[in-house]
Design a protein around this ligand. Structure first.
Ligand SMILES: C[S@@+](CC[C@H](N)C(=O)[O-])C[C@H]1O[C@@H](n2cnc3c(N)ncnc32)[C@H](O)[C@@H]1O
Length: 408
């Protein structure tokens, strides 16, 4: 039996739901906290870095040592034992970090104690070692990667602590290249972060076939789809955006050779008027960030909220009607829907397209929980109503909720 910990990203519920959708039948979830998700697996992960490169919501994968720690104070001793085991016989000086992903207590003290213990123990065993987190804060993943350091980790679980070593780290350079170095960008559009695009694709539970994005903009989802083994089809109302998608996807194929063997097709169309002749391919999943309306600031009135949502709801409803008979029954549809952050009598609220959800149900499209009720109640996860999960930053008025739809 192997145990792995996944250090979750900022939106921990979306990160957990992505993992739940992606992990195969050989894996059993044994713990979920706001920081991490832990699994037991009958098989060793074949290529943890490849897996992590397609998990937008995970920051690190940690191979967990078989015994867990009951008491917080015992973490340094366990990390010392692990360090000696891992560093034994090293010919060169071993560079290492200590990370403590702990919610309930101050991690700095535990990092400091662990580092001093490891240093002394290595000295006694004549192992040359050097730690990289000199301030005793959790090291940034870029530092661990750049310095090629072994990362020894303590992870807080629901009622115990786990410890182990990092075996894969999020490739922030590649995400940033895909986001900022592509030839076409358009901040007014509300481009989707590539990590969120990956999460949405994983939520579909499909791993190959043809992915369709009917509001493709400049092609963020299409690009991530191609990197994740899909052929892709994209359409948009705006001709200029189609040209930008074309430019971006051609760039992707030169920068990321694995995508060169994938097909892409783009066409200009109103998403509400998609006909059979537009989609000759068998579509396996529809993944899309639908129209977000005009940019809005925090002073938005309730009337504006209602008006904008109603307009966009109409477009999305028409889209569902148009694809109803064009896509197969088992098609998975994962959408990011406009959600406004509003202040109502001093209270912060998030308002999304709830009318649309009711209308779609009558059309035969129902939302599926992104985290099952059993899992959310077992681990006390605060999953929102209507089966969707919110994605926002504290300063945003225009936010997104991610929903998965299936055909009844
Ligand atoms: C939020 S943007 C999508 C951005 C995209 N996810 C990206 O990262 O590039 C929404 C897109 O919907 C398109 N759009 C708006 N109304 C549409 C409609 N009725 N049919 C198709 N596309 C539409 C806009 O032109 C815009 O490109």
């Amino acid at each position: 039996m192997y145990t792995y910990g996944f250090l979750l990203g900022r939106k921990n519920l979306l990160s957990s739901s992505e993992l739940i959708s992606r992990l195969n039948k050989n894996c059993e979830i044994v713990d979920i906290t706001p920081l991490s998700l832990v699994i037991n697996s009958k098989q060793a992960l074949e290529n943890p870095q490849n897996l992590l490169d397609t998990l937008g919501g995970t920051i690190k994968i940690i191979e967990i040592h078989s015994d867990s720690i009951k008491k917080y104070n015992s973490i340094p001793k366990s990390l010392e034992k692990l360090a000696l085991k891992l560093f034994k016989g090293a010919e060169k000086k071993v560079k290492h970090a200590v990370s403590a992903h702990i919610l309930s207590k101050e991690s700095k003290k535990i990092i400091k104690n662990s580092i001093y213990r490891i240093k002394d123990a290595c000295k006694q065993q004549e192992i040359k070692s050097r730690y990289i987190n000199k301030t005793f804060e959790n090291p940034h993943i870029a530092q661990i990667k750049d310095e090629k350091a072994k990362d020894l980790v303590a992870l807080e679980g629901t009622d115990k602590y786990y410890y182990g070593q990092t075996i894969a780290i999020q490739n922030i350079d590649s995400y940033s290249k895909r986001d900022y170095k592509r030839p076409e960008r358009d901040a007014r559009l509300g481009m989707l972060p590539p990590k969120l695009a990956q999460i949405m694709i994983n939520l579909s539970r499909k791993s190959s076939g043809t992915l369709y994005d009917p509001f493709c903009g400049i092609g963020t989802i299409l690009a991530e789809g191609m990197l994740m083994n899909f052929n892709v089809v994209g359409s948009d109302l705006d001709h200029e955006n189609i040209q930008k998608s074309l430019h971006n996807l051609k760039w992707l194929q030169t920068e990321y050779p694995v995508t060169a063997e994938k097909n892409f097709r783009l066409f200009q169309a109103d998403a509400g008027k998609i006909a059979k002749k537009d989609l000759s391919e068998k579509i396996d999943c529809v993944i899309s960030e639908t129209y977000l309306g005009p940019p809005m600031s925090s002073g938005i009135s309730m009337n504006e909220v209602k008006e904008n949502l109603a307009k966009i709801e109409k477009t999305i409803f028409e889209f569902f009607r148009s694809i109803k008979n064009v896509t197969p029954k088992n098609v998975a549809i994962v959408l990011s829907l406009l959600t406004y952050r509003v202040k109502d009598q001093g209270e912060e609220k998030f308002i999304t397209m709830t009318h649309l959800l009711t209308k779609l149900e009558q059309e035969g499209f129902v939302t599926e929980p992104l985290i099952s009720h059993e899992i959310s109640s077992e681990y006390g996860l605060n999953v929102r109503q209507h089966n969707g999960l919110l994605y926002e930053r504290p300063d945003q008025t225009v936010c997104r909720t991610i929903f998965k739809f299936v055909k009844k």
